[in-house]
Design a protein around this ligand. Structure first.
Ligand code: PEP
Length: 247
């Protein structure tokens, strides 16, 4: 089985207004001849306009979250079907800011993955340990447990990605050592193969957590790192493109 195509995804979180579409256009301009798949995940209100602005560009659009139901009385929520209708092709699910801030359990994340599949969206499922869990020596157990419980069996023949994002590395400037990243990515790979057989070998495992232009190359060449989920550094075209070019 050949190695998965690297995937570099930018998570804009709750940043971006209409004027930010120019930043997205600048990113697309720099992605004409790059080898990785490049994805921008803007706030949901920008998905449609960004998808239109980048319709003929080598950059795909993703959502940052989606409800587990397709439609219904869920004030303020956005469904996977709506994201797909607006032009998204992928969706981030189970980000730690959702797991912590909105008490999303593995069971909820798995239901959201099923909703994404119904809508034809490719899920990027986030997993990661807290600092306390790492200090207690439980990082591997916690993360592989999240992989097993957040990824439903229905992914067995569908494209998806897993993003390993240590909670303590997100937005902090801290990163695990390369050896720690490799240890975790190998463990995630083993869980994917155990669950999905050969299909689990072909799905990219992204690293996320303070990926910047100055550390991207080293992280992206680590064993079993199949790309990056980038927060802060995806907001500025020059920084994001430097990371894309490092892949
Ligand atoms: C993220 O939000 O997924 C993330 C990795 O953020 P940052 O790159 O800013 O640490």
């Amino acid at each position: 089985m050949s190695a998965p195509v690297p995937l570099i995804a930018g998570n804009w979180k709750m940043h971006g207004l209409s004027a930010s579409l120019d930043e997205a256009r600048a990113i697309a301009l720099g992605c004409k001849d790059v080898s990785p798949r490049v994805v921008i995940c803007p706030p949901s209100v920008l998905v449609h306009r960004m998808a239109q602005a980048l319709a003929n560009e080598p950059v795909e659009i993703g959502g940052q979250d989606a409800h587990w139901d397709d439609f219904g009385a869920f004030t303020g929520d956005v469904s996977a079907a709506m994201l797909a209708d607006a032009g998204a092709r992928l969706v981030i699910l189970g980000h730690s800011e959702r797991r912590t801030g909105y008490r999303e359990t593995d069971e909820i994340v798995a239901k959201k993955v099923l909703a994404a599949l119904r809508a034809g969206l490719e899920p990027i499922v986030c997993v990661g340990e807290t600092l306390d869990e790492r200090k207690a020596g439980r990082a591997l157990e916690v993360v592989t447990g999240q992989v097993r419980a957040s990824l439903p069996a229905e992914l067995a023949d569908k494209p998806f990605a897993v993003a390993y994002e240590p909670v303590w590395a997100i937005g902090t400037g801290l990163t695990p050592t390369i050896a720690e990243i490799e240890e975790m990515h190998r463990a995630i790979r083993a869980s994917l193969v155990e669950k999905f057989g050969d299909h689990g070998r072909g799905m990219p495992i992204l690293y996320g957590g303070s990926v910047k232009p100055n550390n991207a190359a080293e992280i992206l060449k680590a064993d079993e790192v199949g790309g990056a989920l980038v927060g802060g550094a995806s907001l500025k075209a020059s920084d994001f493109l430097a990371i894309v070019q490092a892949a």
